[in-house]
Design a protein around this ligand. Structure first.
Ligand code: NAP
Length: 253
């Protein structure tokens, strides 16, 4: 698999799954545009990527909830590379709580990053993706379909994202643009740390999660990155509108 001369944009590339995906694509010779808010983290990941094949990524410091920042992401990418081949909508946030224990502000904040920004950034890139006959991979979650009481707004955002993946896949199929998602179970990243879980709480959560997962393992960020790269590659040229679970069997339990 080779992404030589392919331009791949990853949102949320400064941490976790997005960072692992950036590093994975850099080893496959992709030209990268990396988006995140924390400039130092973004630059650190960009340096890792550059070491792989000597190709310097474009870094774009941007908050995806800001419409003008989304327009800047598109302008900077096209000005720098002249095209985009792969759009990876990965930036995301989580919030805990169900209907009784969360509020509409939480709902708005989660939807703003996990769904609204994806809608708008994809829309802004659509004509460019049509021109390149490119593809889109969205980073969803098994919580888009698995029913729990723990994170209502997050689950709703990912359920909406799966439907976005399918509707846009159908709409853009005549243009030769494929759209898929990856739907991981729990991956140990900064996602839960950012909502205040301590290291001890995370360790406990991780142990508990593994013990209740059929394959008795956690999914790693680089496994998700490999699946994203597969879906973005020619090997997946007949795959569109798929929401691919990568969950060590968690959805079965
Ligand atoms: N970890 C899991 O268990 C898991 C499971 C299933 C799906 N996912 C999904 O995987 C994706 C990546 O999450 P992760 O686990 O890798 O978490 P993470 O380590 O916390 O990374 C989240 C990334 O999203 C970026 N981001 C968040 N809000 C943003 C905003 N407003 N504007 C721009 N960038 C923003 C962060 O950028 P900065 O750090 O620079 O702010 C960071 O790069 C998310 O969509 C998440 O829902 C995660």
């Amino acid at each position: 698999m080779d992404f030589n001369d392919k331009v791949v944009l990853i949102t949320g590339a400064s941490s976790g799954i997005g960072a692992a995906t950036a590093i994975h694509f850099s080893k496959l010779s992709a030209s990268l545009a990396l988006v995140g808010r924390k400039e130092n983290n973004l630059k650190r990941i960009a340096l890792y990527c550059e070491k792989a094949k000597g190709i310097k990524p474009l870094t774009i410091v941007a908050d995806v909830t800001d419409d003008s920042a989304l327009e800047r992401i598109v302008t900077e990418t096209i000005n720098n590379f002249g095209k985009i081949d792969v759009l990876i909508n990965n930036a995301g946030v989580i919030a805990m709580g169900g209907l009784k224990t969360s509020d509409v502000d939480t709902y708005d904040k989660v939807m703003a990053v996990n769904m609204r920004a994806v809608f708008q950034l994809t829309k802004l890139f659509t004509q460019h993706l049509v021109e390149s006959k490119g593809c889109i991979v969205n980073v969803s979650s098994i919580l888009s379909t698995k029913v729990t009481t723990q994170s209502l707004a997050y689950s709703l955002s990912k359920a909406a994202l799966d439907q976005f993946t399918k509707c846009v896949a159908l709409e853009l199929a005549p243009d030769g643009v494929r759209v898929n998602s990856v739907n991981p179970s729990y991956v140990k990243t900064n996602l839960l740390k950012d909502i205040g879980l301590t290291d001890d709480q995370l360790d406990l959560y991780t142990q508990n999660f593994v013990s209740k997962t059929p394959l008795k393992k956690l999914v790693e960020g680089d496994e998700v990155a490999s699946l994203i790269a597969f879906l973005a590659s020619d090997k997946a040229k007949s795959i569109t509108g798929t929401c691919a679970a990568i969950d060590a069997g968690k959805s079965l339990s």
